[in-house]
Design a binder for this molecule. Structure first.
Ligand SMILES: [Zn+2]
Ligand SMILES: [Zn+2]
Length: 276
């Protein structure tokens, strides 16, 4: 893939989550300037009980989000704007809540992997440090949780499925095992996995295995294993600012080259599935 082939970006945000800036039209204009013709806005989805509210819009803002999209959809010619949300896999309200979102006009749901559930039912954040001795079993639990997400059929794609790289200090055999399971399930279910370029802007981490500084995500050994399993990949920018609409694309393209993978570009969405 060349830079100019990056014409569809399905993961961007909106001021409503309170840690991003800009509204639909701002991202649409930035997209056009960057040669993007298909733009999905997928802000952090609220829940009816406003859980984890520090990083997402309030439930009372959802209507304004949907109406804001409708008002902006045709306002910027030259880009096809689509309405999505980025939703955590909250088992207790799914799949019913997902169906409600889709019935209200949300076109697609991106699966977020910021949290995962342990086998003991503990909610763990992939961003938090995990003791080295715990990392092997947490890596497997993370993998099983992402597999559950893919198999649920709720998500059009899985956003940054490699957050395992945030809490694992080195590429463990369990990372390999978890990744292979995620990738094989994604391949068999036809659900794309996302290389998330915003990860390149996060603080680097010194890898305990290689001794080198690396991005927490995208994590290269993850994508090498995905490439071998033959799952479909997409690149998204996860922009939280209009000017970040194609942030760090060259790093993602170089990663794909090293892994020998060709990302897919999906120009359309239908029934909560990215398609051609
Ligand atoms: Zn965010
Ligand atoms: Zn995001």
């Amino acid at each position: 893939m060349n830079r100019s082939d990056f014409t569809a970006n399905w993961h961007t945000h909106n001021f409503r989550c309170r840690h991003a800036r800009g509204d639909f039209a701002d991202y649409a204009r930035a997209a056009i300037d960057a040669g993007i013709t298909v733009l999905g806005v997928s802000d952090h989805c609220p829940t009816p009980d406003d859980r984890d509210i520090g990083v997402r819009m309030f439930h009372s803002d959802l209507l304004g989000y949907i109406d804001g999209f409708r008002a902006s959809r045709d306002a910027v010619p030259g880009v096809n704007l689509h309405l999505g949300v980025e939703l955590e896999h909250y088992r207790d309200i799914l799949p019913a809540y997902a169906e409600e979102l889709l019935s209200r006009g949300v076109e697609y749901i991106a699966g977020a992997t910021h949290f995962f559930m342990s086998r003991d039912g503990e909610k763990l954040s992939a961003w938090n440090e995990i003791a080295e001795s715990e990392q092997p079993r947490r890596a497997l639990e993370y993998g099983d949780f992402v597999v559950e997400m893919i198999e649920s059929g709720i998500y059009a794609f899985i956003a940054h499925p490699d957050l395992i790289g945030c809490f694992c200090d080195r590429w463990l055999p369990e990372c390999e095992q978890a990744t292979r399971k995620i990738a094989a399930t994604a391949r068999d279910c036809g659900i794309p996995l996302e290389i998330n370029t915003s990860g390149y802007n996060k603080p680097l981490k010194v890898d305990a295995g290689t001794g080198e500084r690396r991005a927490q995500y995208p994590w290269e050994p993850f994508w090498k294993a995905v490439a071998e399993e033959g799952a479909t990949l997409i690149i998204n920018s996860d922009a939280h600012l209009p000017e970040s609409i194609v942030q760090r694309l060259d790093d993602a393209l170089a990663l794909c080259d090293r892994c020998g993978i060709e990302p897919a570009v999906f120009p359309k969405v239908s029934n909560n599935r990215l398609c051609c």
